[in-house]
Design a protein around this ligand. Structure first.
Ligand SMILES: Cc1cc2nc3c(=O)[nH]c(=O)nc-3n(C[C@H](O)[C@H](O)[C@H](O)COP(=O)(O)OP(=O)(O)OC[C@H]3O[C@@H](n4cnc5c(N)ncnc54)[C@H](O)[C@@H]3O)c2cc1C
Length: 409
């Protein structure tokens, strides 16, 4: 066993941990970064479909879900998306805006990982991969002892410990909620944890329709928990997915309804009126196919809802039209569950933010203990917000540890 002492120990070399370690190191602090996997930043690698949606041009606290929506404001204003964009540009990483302010790498996400590793090197960060932290203890003088195992069993100490262990999503990367256990050990409350930014499963009654429609994508407005998102939904073999559903899942709770408007730009009643006047002899089926994907018309409107689509537009009854209108503008889906942590991009919930300082990220329960990134009860929308939260919280945390170590806090 070795015994090494550092100004800061960071647990977890994901987005938040890598950035916090780099920032603290570049301020002259001695930093140890411990990662359980053989490689750092595994979620960064797979993020954004391999192109890492590393931030969003427009980030405010409104883009997050938390028990305290004000908690994020300070950090997001002290380290903004513009600050991170400047760093990305400085490293010569090409990027483009896809939609809604979302910035993606032009090439592979590995560029962002390399950039973070480069920043860590500049700060002389000691990075140890394949080291899973098993226990954390603190003595009466506030010195933490961190024990880890991997290719060897090691022990380190510091008076500043940063927990950047992320949440529960993608368990194959080792996400097992270790950070929540540390938080609980030091008396913190964990806000209810749920998979979020994830597809949903539907009832056995509606599932065959989704399976038949698998691969069909529809532009819509999805409404959940009082929030509306205009994006695509995608029918899958398990139910529904696509960006609109992922966004809705962040605001959805068990037994609640997700409401979909499948024709956001138009009113089906007005189109029907126009159809009756201009093309009364057109088959209803063909008429609807000019506004919706063919398979949606056949599998959902005709087979699932039982609408008589063989009729001509002029022959459609008022009651059939009402059923169609309800289905088009207020399609109600009550998911049976989400697709779970195996598929979820993030974990909603986490360490209660009222027990952590929004100015320093230090625990209000244990001096020298810090929480950053996804382990906190701060969950961003789809679109680069979660990475921006990792960068902002990491930056502010590193700065506050620097001030603490130098006695200027
Ligand atoms: C498929 C997918 C796509 C995504 N795409 C995007 C996107 O494009 N844009 C966006 O903003 N967000 C995206 N996200 C979300 C984003 O990846 C996370 O919000 C972000 O990675 C959280 O960073 P973090 O550092 O807090 O946690 P993580 O990235 O989860 O890092 C935590 C690290 O801690 C390590 N660790 C945990 N326990 C221990 C232990 N006991 N000892 C040592 N190490 C430990 C883990 O191995 C991990 O490396 C995506 C997520 C997924 C799953």
């Amino acid at each position: 066993m070795t015994n090494n002492s550092f100004d800061v120990i960071v647990i977890g070399a994901g987005a938040a941990g890598l950035f916090a370690a780099a920032q603290a190191g570049q301020k002259g602090l001695s930093v140890l970064l411990l990662e359980q996997n053989k490689k750092v930043g595994r979620k960064i690698f797979i993020s954004g479909g391999g192109r890492c949606n590393f931030t969003n041009r427009n980030v405010t606290s409104e883009n997050f879900v938390s028990q305290n929506i004000h908690f994020m404001k300070s950090a997001l204003s002290r380290y903004t998306s513009q600050d991170f964009i400047a760093l990305v540009e400085q490293h010569g990483i090409g990027f483009n805006e896809k939609k809604l302010g979302q910035l993606f790498c032009e090439e592979r996400s590995q560029g962002i990982i390399n950039m973070l590793l480069d920043e860590c090197s500049k700060g002389n960060v000691q990075l140890l991969c394949d080291q899973k932290v098993k226990t954390v203890t603190v003595d009466s003088s506030g010195i933490f002892t961190v024990s880890s195992t991997g290719n060897s069993k090691l022990e380190f100490s510091s008076s500043n410990l940063v927990v950047a262990t992320g949440g529960l999503s993608i368990p194959k990367f080792g996400s097992n909620g270790f950070g929540y256990n540390i938080a609980k050990q030091f008396g913190h409350t964990i806000e209810e944890l749920d998979p979020a930014l994830v597809g949903v499963k539907v009832t056995s009654e509606f599932l065959p329709t989704c399976v038949a429609l698998s691969g069909v994508s529809v532009d819509c407005i999805a409404q959940s928990g009082g929030r509306k998102f205009r994006e695509n939904i995608l029918f899958t073999h398990k139910g529904l997915s696509g960006p609109a559903i992922l966004q809705a899942s962040l605001h959805w709770h068990k037994q609640e309804t997700i409401e979909l408007d499948l024709l956001p730009e138009m009113k089906i009643s007005e189109l029907m009126k126009k159809g009756r006047n201009e093309s009364p002899k057109t088959h209803w089926s063909n008429f609807l196919k000019s506004y919706f994907p063919d398979r949606l018309v056949e599998e959902y409107f005709e087979k699932y809802l039982g609408l008589p689509l063989d009729k001509k537009v002029a022959e459609v009854s008022k009651s059939s039209e009402r059923i169609l209108e309800e289905a088009v503008h207020r399609m109600k889906v009550v998911p049976t569950s989400t697709e779970g942590y195996v598929k979820a991009e993030v974990t909603r919930g986490g360490v209660n933010v009222n027990e952590v300082s929004s100015k320093t990220f230090e625990s209000k329960k244990q001096r020298g203990l810090f929480f950053i990134g996804e382990v906190l009860d701060v969950t961003g929308w789809l679109g680069g917000y979660n990475f921006q939260w990792a960068w902002s919280s990491a930056f502010v945390c590193a700065e506050s540890i620097f001030q603490k170590v130098n006695g200027s806090e």
